[in-house]
Design a protein around this ligand. Sequence first.
Ligand code: HEC
Ligand code: HEC
Length: 284
Amino acid sequence: MPLGARPPVLAISLIFTSSLFGQAANFQDTKSAAATESKQARPDGTAPRLTSFTADMIEQGKHSVNAFCGRCHGRDGRGAKGPDLTDGIYLRGPMTDQEIVDIIANGRSGTGMIGFGADYEDYYLPVVAYIRAEEAKAKGKPQGPKGDIARGEAIYKKQQCGGCHWLNRSGGRLGTDLTHLAATANFVRQKILSPDQEIDRLHQKVVLLHSNDQVTTGKRLRETEHDILIIDDQENLRSIRKSDLEGVRYSSKSIMPSYKDALSQQEIEDLTAYLVSLQQKPAQ
Ligand code: HEC
Ligand code: HEC
């Protein structure tokens, strides 16, 4: 389909993506290199490389990761709310080069991983080059939090995290679904200690000022031109007409309280180990 046939917004975002992804890279080179590599499996059973990666590509890939992936995967792809892309550990088992290209193009449905469009797959090769180079460096280094998973599970129950969070088919709706937690140990630890530092915009606290001076706080679920649907602090769903409101404010405080004073350092490590361990379970 020609670009002109797309809805204007999508067309603009694709052009934007392609020009920025393309800016630093010389993709003609990577394309011809890819064509010369065979796609057959290697004798040792590992998946084939899509191409041989040059130092230039790795450098280009690093820039793209910072520009396009950093807000979720952290600086240099070292993980934040989204998983670390550089440690060689994948949430659902090892990924081939092609699978990484595919996930960048299409995203992963039902998760926070967005797709950048299938039209620009060649632009993603330098990103794969960077990821593979970092993985090679990470091999053999110690990984993960040092806490005790079983103790962490007990703390999760005792602190009633499930009053807000959904996990193991039960829990509250004010928080996020921790079944699909993809964050690194560092991010989880930070969230437990200082939740206001990096607030998930999709789960942000809203403060609604009504015309009669009443105030309602809760989590915004949906917003249309005329209405805003929230789940209030008592977990009631409420649809409120915007015309009845003086204003809508987004709070800079997370709905989640800090556990800095409630938990010891060891307990925070245990809790972190428990939450991160949930990711190692196979999907579904
Ligand atoms: C809006 C946030 C967001 C952006 C932007 C984003 N990702 Fe992701 N990505 C995620 C999340 C969340 C996951 C975890 C998905 C899951 O739970 O399976 C993920 C998963 C992945 C995975 C699979 C990792 C694994 O362990 O299974 C790869 C590879 C990946 N992203 C690459 C990228 C690259 C490369 C970019 C930039 C071109 C990017 N992502 C941009 C949020 C994002
Ligand atoms: C009063 C409700 C509430 C309680 C209690 C609560 N949380 Fe949260 N939590 C939230 C909300 C809302 C978010 C998402 C908004 C944000 O980023 O601040 C969140 C985010 C998180 C995240 C990041 C999740 C993600 O998907 O990236 C983690 C991890 C987390 N909470 C762990 C915990 C743990 C562990 C406890 C118990 C010690 C706990 N929470 C207690 C409301 C709560």
